[in-house]
Design a protein around this ligand. Structure first.
Ligand SMILES: [Zn+2]
Length: 259
């Protein structure tokens, strides 16, 4: 991604050098030749640097802008070009990221929790408080479907996705474990840790969370309160990570006892 942005910025720089500069003259003549198909590169041969730059502009549909830099005297300001280039490159990578996530059913929750490519809130939380690193890692693992529950890979071993710790006959999903499983030991941990989180939340947030479905709450908590790190909420993030880890670990412990 960074390389493509650098290439597109380089095109702008070289085409806006003074007309008397030899590099500008060479670049203009070379790009014009490529544009009108006057350069045929041998199959398998390494592409020349100007071809590479031109192909990058084609890849992001920016070739018309390159032509206007060649054909007209209109100067696109550097900050405008940079914003255009960054937006094009980012939106292409975002679309590719979403498509890749859609190919993997186990990333269903991850797609909701991390709607865009950005540094995870959990990474920032454990950078400030390394003591919760394990809990933060677990949050990312749960969101990414690497949770060891019966709706994940474990179903291939145990041949059922139904939770065996309660009589609810529900699939052992992340939502079931965190909010619903009625096994007394899981429920006891849940009541304690969820109350802690509720006590820490500002009143409006607490009311919003109370009105949410279990799936919405899972997405909210696993995403670190909707994504976008807020330094004043560090203690709430830490409590959420520890709370969910404790409930999850209790559930996994029961599975190991029954195994
Ligand atoms: Zn259960």
């Amino acid at each position: 991604m960074g390389m493509d942005i650098a290439r597109l910025m380089f095109i702008w720089k070289i085409l806006l050098l003074p007309a008397s500069c030899i590099y500008n003259t060479l670049a203009r003549s070379r790009i014009t030749d490529i544009r009108f198909g006057l350069i045929r590169e041998r199959a398998g041969a390494m592409r020349g640097p100007m071809t590479l730059l031109y192909c990058t502009a084609q890849k992001y549909n920016l070739v018309d802008y390159v032509h206007s830099l060649l054909d007209t005297t209109v100067v696109i300001p550097k900050n405008v070009w940079k914003r255009l280039v960054t937006d094009c490159v980012r939106s292409r990578y975002r679309a590719r990221w979403t498509m890749t996530c859609m190919l993997y059913p186990k990333l269903r929750l991850f797609r909701l929790v991390v709607p865009q490519v950005a540094a995870s809130v959990w990474w920032q939380v454990c950078r400030r408080d390394p003591a919760v690193m394990k809990a933060c890692k677990l949050m990312v693992r749960i969101a990414a479907g690497e949770h060891g529950l019966r709706t994940g890979r474990a179903r291939f071993v145990v041949h059922t996705c139904v939770c065996q710790h309660c009589d609810m006959y529900e699939a052992e999903t992340v939502e079931h474990v965190i909010y619903q499983c009625s096994h007394p030991r899981v429920a006891a941990v849940r009541d304690r840790v969820m109350q802690n989180i509720a006590d820490l939340m500002p009143r409006p947030m607490k009311d919003d969370v109370a009105a949410m479905t279990n799936e919405q709450k899972s997405v909210l908590f696993l995403s670190g309160l909707g994504g976008g790190y807020v330094a004043e909420w560090q203690h709430i993030y830490v409590n959420i990570a520890q709370a969910i880890s404790n409930i999850y670990k209790m559930h996994i412990e029961l599975s190991l006892l029954n195994a």
